[in-house]
Design a protein around this ligand. Structure first.
Ligand SMILES: *[C@@H]1O[C@H](CO)[C@@H](O)[C@H](O)[C@H]1NC(C)=O
Ligand SMILES: *[C@@H]1O[C@H](CO)[C@@H](O)[C@H](O)[C@H]1NC(C)=O
Ligand SMILES: *[C@@H]1O[C@H](CO)[C@@H](O)[C@H](O)[C@H]1NC(C)=O
Ligand SMILES: *[C@@H]1O[C@H](CO)[C@@H](O)[C@H](O)[C@H]1NC(C)=O
Ligand SMILES: *[C@@H]1O[C@H](CO)[C@@H](O)[C@H](O)[C@H]1NC(C)=O
Ligand SMILES: *[C@@H]1O[C@H](CO)[C@@H](O)[C@H](O)[C@H]1NC(C)=O
Length: 415
C-alpha cells in the first residue's frame, strides 16, 4: 500500500470510530460543481494576436503562465488552463476583437483571423476545451468536464456595415455581437458619447434605422445582442427593438461606479421585462471609481448585489473581461479566483441580499443559459413565421467620407 493510501485509510477509520464529521461545511462555490460557471467575456485571443501573432506553436496554454518568463510580464495576462481549472470555469465566451482603427479598413479580415485562432485553440486542447454554439452545447461540454468554448464578436465595426457579414459571423460560430466597441459606427453610438470629456461625441443619438435592422437580423439569426460598450441611447433603442432578451457581456453598475461603460439604473430596471442579463465586469477601473488601485473582491460583490437588487436575481451574471484589462481587484487576481466570489456571497452578511444555492446557480450560469435559450426560441419562432433575411443596404450617405476601401457601389444604397 502506498503511504498516502495508508494514511488516508487510518484517517477514515479514526473518523468513523470517533464520530468526527468527515463532511465539511457546504461552500457557495460548491454550485460550480453542479452548474457551469459561464464567463461572458475573455480577451485572451487578443493577447494571442498582440503577443504571438496568433501562432499557437509559440504558446503553451497548459502552462501556468503566471510563472512564464514572457507572459508573467504581460499586464493583461490572467488566463491559462491550469488556472481556469482551479477557478472551475464551465464556459467561456472567447472574444474575437480587433481595434477600432481597423474600422472601414480590414476589420472583417482581422476579426476572421481572431475567430480562426479561437477555433484552433479549442482544437489544440480537446481534453479541456469543447466548441459550443448553443445553450445545450454548454451543458454537453460541462457534462464531459470540458470548458464550453463559445465565440463572440466585440464591436459593430467588425461587420463593415453589412448584414451579409453579420450572417456569416453567425455561420462562423459567433453567438453574440457587441453593437459597438469604443468607436461609433455609421449606425450606432458607443459609450464614450455619454461622457462629455471623451472627445467622441454622439453622432446618431442611438441606433439609426440601419442599426435597428442589425438588431432585427440578430434576432432572426439567434445571435445575442450585446450592449456592453454602447451608448445609453443605443441601449434604449436596442432593448425597444429587440424581440429577444439582450445581454451585457461585461458591464457593471453605474450607480456604484459612474463610468460610461457601466449600466444605469433605468436600463437595469428594464431587465425583468426584457428578460436579459448584466454580466459584471471585474476591471478595477469599472468597479472602484474612487480609487481603482484599491479595488477588491468586495467591490465586485457590491456591484453584483446592486444589480441583483435593482434588476433581480434572474438578470445578473459574470463577465470578468480578463485579458482585456490591465488591472484586477485584490481577491480576483486571475481566472483561478472565481470560487472566492461565490464563497463570499454565500456568507450572506447583514444588509446584503441573501444568496441561496439556487440564486448562486443562476448567477454562475443558469441565467445566461436561460437568455441564450430564449434567443434560440425567438430564432425558431421567426423562422416558423417565415421571416426572410433582411436585404437592406446601408444608405451611402451614412458612410460619409469613409469610402476609401469601397470598390463596388452595389454594397450600399443610393440614399
Ligand atoms: C506546456 O506546459 C506543460 C505544463 O507546464 C508542460 O508539461 C509541457 O511540456 C509544455 N509543452 C510544451 C510544448 O512546452
Ligand atoms: C500558478 O503559479 C503561481 C505562481 O506564479 C501560483 O501562485 C499559483 O498557485 C499557480 N496556480 C495554479 C492553478 O497552478
Ligand atoms: C447533462 O446536461 C443535461 C442538460 O442538458 C442535464 O439535465 C443532465 O443532468 C446532465 N447530465 C449529467 C450526467 O450531468
Ligand atoms: C420604441 O419603438 C417604437 C417604434 O418601433 C417607437 O414608436 C417608440 O417611441 C420607441 N420607444 C422608445 C422608448 O424608444
Ligand atoms: C489610492 O489608493 C492607494 C492605495 O491605497 C493610495 O496609495 C493612493 O494614495 C490612493 N490615491 C488616491 C487619489 O486617493
Ligand atoms: C468630407 O470631406 C470633405 C472634404 O474634406 C469635407 O468638406 C466634408 O465635411 C466631409 N464630410 C463628412 C461627412 O465628414
Amino acid at each position: 500500500m502506498r503511504a498516502e493510501a495508508f494514511v488516508l485509510t487510518w484517517l477514515v477509520v479514526a473518523a468513523v470510530v470517533t464520530g468526527f464529521p468527515i463532511r465539511r461545511k457546504a461552500r457557495g462555490s460548491d454550485v460550480l460543481y453542479t452548474v457551469p460557471l459561464i464567463d461572458g467575456h475573455n480577451d485572451l485571443p487578443y493577447n494571442l494576436r498582440s503577443h504571438v501573432k496568433n501562432q499557437l506553436a509559440n504558446f503553451n496554454f497548459s502552462a501556468n503562465l503566471s510563472s512564464d518568463p514572457y507572459w508573467s510580464k504581460v499586464q493583461t495576462s490572467f488566463t491559462d488552463l491550469p488556472r481556469l481549472r482551479a477557478g472551475r470555469l464551465g464556459a467561456q465566451f472567447w472574444v474575437a476583437f480587433v481595434g477600432c482603427s481597423s474600422q472601414f479598413k480590414d476589420a472583417v479580415e482581422e476579426t476572421m483571423e481572431q475567430i480562426d485562432v479561437i477555433k484552433r485553440l479549442i482544437r489544440a486542447y480537446p481534453d479541456d476545451l469543447q466548441y459550443a454554439t448553443s445553450a445545450q452545447g454548454i451543458w454537453d461540454a460541462f457534462n464531459r468536464s470540458r470548458i464550453a468554448s463559445l465565440i463572440a464578436v466585440e464591436g459593430g465595426h467588425s461587420l463593415d456595415n453589412r448584414l451579409a457579414v453579420l450572417r456569416l459571423m453567425y455561420e462562423l460560430g459567433a453567438r453574440y455581437v457587441s453593437l459597438t466597441h469604443s468607436c461609433n459606427t455609421p449606425w450606432g453610438d458607443s459609450s464614450p458619447a455619454d461622457s462629455p470629456d471623451s472627445g467622441i461625441p454622439a453622432e446618431h443619438n442611438g441606433l439609426t434605422e440601419y442599426g435597428t435592422l442589425m438588431v432585427k437580423e440578430m434576432n432572426r439569426l439567434g445571435m445575442m445582442v450585446d450592449l456592453s460598450h454602447v451608448s445609453h441611447a443605443v441601449m434604449v433603442d436596442a432593448i425597444n427593438v429587440s424581440v429577444a432578451p439582450v445581454v451585457f457581456s461585461h458591464s457593471s453598475a453605474f450607480a456604484i461606479c459612474n463610468h460610461h461603460r457601466n449600466v444605469r439604473d433605468d436600463i437595469l430596471q428594464l431587465m425583468p421585462q426584457n428578460g436579459g442579463i448584466v454580466m459584471v465586469n471585474f476591471y478595477s477601473g469599472y468597479v472602484n471609481c474612487r480609487n481603482a488601485t484599491e479595488a477588491s473582491l468586495e467591490d465586485v460583490v457590491a456591484h453584483i448585489n446592486y444589480i441583483r437588487t435593482v434588476a433581480g436575481v434572474d438578470h445578473v451574471g459574470i463577465g470578468s473581461d480578463y485579458d482585456g484589462i490591465e488591472a484586477t481587484p485584490v481577491g480576483l487576481e486571475d481566472v483561478s479566483k472565481y470560487p472566492n466570489l461565490f464563497d463570499r456571497l454565500a456568507e450572506n452578511r447583514p444588509g446584503e441580499p441573501t444568496w441561496t444555492s439556487e440564486d448562486l446557480e443562476k448567477l454562475a450560469g443558469l441565467n445566461l443559459i436561460r437568455v441564450f435559450g430564449e434567443v434560440e426560441k425567438v430564432r425558431d419562432r421567426l423562422a416558423a413565421e417565415g421571416l426572410k433575411p433582411y436585404e437592406d443596404l446601408l444608405p451611402r450617405a451614412d458612410l460619409g467620407n469613409n469610402t476609401g476601401c469601397i470598390t463596388d457601389a452595389y454594397s450600399f444604397s443610393r440614399a
